[in-house]
Write a protein that binds this ligand. Structure first.
Ligand SMILES: [Fe+2]
Length: 154
């Protein structure tokens, strides 16, 4: 079987997972920010919805980190490192409108969904079935949450 990639395959998979970990950490902090700071007539459902998303990110974070360990690497974990590795934009403001919060989280989800699809292709090329399966599960969950976010905005 010919592989498209042959340079330190495990390393490449770990890099994908480290990037995903940083993005989910950034998403966790942003959804907690919105959980705490959302205001308006839809406060209660949105306060709960943002916390539910934060809870989902925590599950992803732990699973990704432990998959990195299962692949034989350690898990570098610091706020500075996560901030340098994420391509999500951090929320610096408070007092945002609820709709803007939903739009921002949706944008982040779309970005992570795109990265997940790339990660799945890489896992497939490397014949790393377990990581591919894990990422595919995340993709399904992220697409579901993206649908819910989009539905709030329609
Ligand atoms: Fe809370």
């Amino acid at each position: 079987m010919t592989k498209k990639r042959n340079k330190e395959p495990q390393n490449e998979m770990v890099q994908v997972l480290e990037h995903l970990l940083a993005n989910e950490m950034a998403l966790f902090i942003k959804t907690k920010n919105y959980h705490w700071n959302v205001v308006g007539v839809h406060f209660k459902p949105l306060h709960e919805f943002f916390d539910e998303i934060a809870g989902n990110t925590q599950e992803v974070i732990d699973e990704v980190a432990e998959r990195i360990r299962a692949l034989g690497a350690f898990v570098p974990a610091s706020l500075t490192l996560f901030a340098s590795q994420t391509n999500l934009q951090e929320e610096q403001k408070t007092g945002l409108k609820a709709e803007k919060m939903l739009e921002n989280i949706l944008k982040d989800y779309e970005l992570i969904i795109h990265s997940l699809k790339e990660g799945i292709e890489i896992a497939d090329d490397l014949d790393d079935t377990a990581t591919e399966d894990m990422l595919t599960g995340f993709l399904r969950d992220h697409e579901k949450t993206a649908w819910m976010l989009r539905s709030h905005l329609q």
